[in-house]
Design a protein around this ligand. Structure first.
Ligand code: HEM
Length: 204
């Protein structure tokens, strides 16, 4: 699974070595890494619904890795924007973040992923306490929604793909809300220990 998650990066490196990154390499790499950030966010959010509906508990093993790969591709995406697009002009980057709504939204999505990645270890779950950790990790939904809005705002004409992501996100969020309401309706018998699981990027 780890190697599989590195395939998009491998393809980019291969294309770079072959000089095959289209006429606008910076735009091409920015788009590819942005696309993969969003795909990994969606995959991370899909793990719990898939695990429960398909009755495949072992899927949980991949959630933290997928979440961290979303962060990894977001770091590449952001670094390429800062390093190659803005040529390390940090004032320019900040001006962009303040001025252009789609950049503001992408930046928000990225910043929200940082505490999730930092607290993704089992040691951090213990340190924060499961409840607090779980609350914090719900931020992944906000980050993913910000990513979709970022995508929607940046496309100039064909909004098909951002809308498809928005629909997938709505289904995943809807599933969560539905599961939450049905869990509340099902009260455990007295003395029955309730087993709760981490929701998002981190520990299994
Ligand atoms: C959760 C974080 C983020 C996600 C999910 C994300 C996702 C995306 C996606 C899907 C694209 C379009 C790819 C395509 O057209 O095929 C994109 C493009 C882009 N993103 Fe992000 N992004 C994120 C954060 C950021 C950040 C932090 C910045 C910079 C501050 C940024 C700057 C850009 C730029 C400059 C483009 C290309 C715009 C253009 O060519 O018109 N993104 N991003």
């Amino acid at each position: 699974m780890f190697s599989l998650c590195l395939v998009p990066l491998g393809i980019l490196v291969l294309r770079a070595v072959q000089g095959n990154l289209t006429a606008n390499p910076i735009e091409f790499i920015t788009h590819a890494t942005g696309d993969w950030t969003l795909r990994f966010l969606v995959l991370t959010l899909a793990i719990t619904p898939l695990r429960k509906t398909l009755r495949l508990p072992q899927l949980i093993r991949f959630r933290r890795m997928l979440g961290l790969f979303a962060f990894f591709y977001a770091c590449l995406h952001f670094s390429i924007y800062i390093g190659l697009d803005q040529v390390l002009d940090f004032r320019g980057v900040w001006a962009d973040v303040m001025k252009r709504p789609y950049i503001t939204m992408g930046f928000t999505g990225f910043v929200l992923m940082i505490p999730l990645a930092v607290t993704s270890t089992a040691a951090m779950v213990r340190r924060l306490g499961f409840r607090r950790w779980q609350m914090l990790h719900r931020l992944i939904y906000v980050s993913a929604v910000a990513g979709v809005i970022h995508f929607y705002w940046l496309v100039k004409s064909d909004v098909h793909l951002p809308l498809i992501y928005a629909a997938i996100m709505a289904v995943l969020l809807g599933w969560r809300v539905f599961a939450w309401f049905s869990d509340r309706g099902r009260k455990p018998a007295r003395g029955t220990p309730v087993r709760k699981e981490p929701t998002t990027v981190a520990a299994s």
